[in-house]
Ligand binder design. Structure first.
Ligand code: HEC
Length: 128
């Protein structure tokens, strides 16, 4: 053990550089969890919703996936229950489908999720 090696191991900058990636990773995790939580509340996953038996859960989950990947880029997760069905149908969906550049098929899947989740949340709010 030379004096040299112990000096380099204890250098404050080296210590900082060693821990910086961990701090970054922790911060990323916190931010990811925080944003997931608000998405979970704003647009609950299909298995959190009380749905009619005939509901096509696979398609609804695809619609929610479109929301989760395309509708959170410019603003926070859109709150499904906060806007009326009329607003969704007449204003928000037509405008935001364009902004998000969704295909017709994606737009249909998204709309299906939003309107179904809206009804489900009105009848059975999540967490109550
Ligand atoms: C390219 C950026 C962009 C994308 C992508 C986007 N939005 Fe928006 N969104 C906006 C802006 C800007 C506003 C506020 C101004 C406005 O209403 O046009 C907004 C407003 C909203 C509002 C609030 C409307 C109101 O009247 O309070 C909702 C809800 C919304 N967006 C949902 C969505 C959904 C759902 C998607 C995915 C299909 C989406 N947004 C994708 C930019 C975007």
């Amino acid at each position: 053990m030379g004096q040299n090696s112990s000096h380099s191991a204890m250098h404050p900058l080296r210590v900082l550089l060693r821990f910086l990636p961990k701090v970054g990773a922790a911060l990323t995790l916190v931010l990811t969890v925080a944003s997931c939580t608000s998405l979970e509340v704003a647009a609950p996953p299909v298995d959190k919703l009380t749905l009619p038996k005939k509901a096509n859960r696979t398609q609804l989950a695809e619609g929610r996936q479109i929301l989760a990947s395309h509708c959170v880029k410019c603003h926070g997760a859109p709150q499904v229950a906060r806007h009326s069905v009329e607003d969704w149908n007449e204003d928000i969906l037509p405008a935001m489908t364009k902004k998000a550049k969704l295909s017709n098929q994606e737009a249909v899947l998204l709309k299906n999720y939003v309107l179904t989740a809206h009804d489900a949340l009105a009848a059975h709010p999540v967490g109550s």
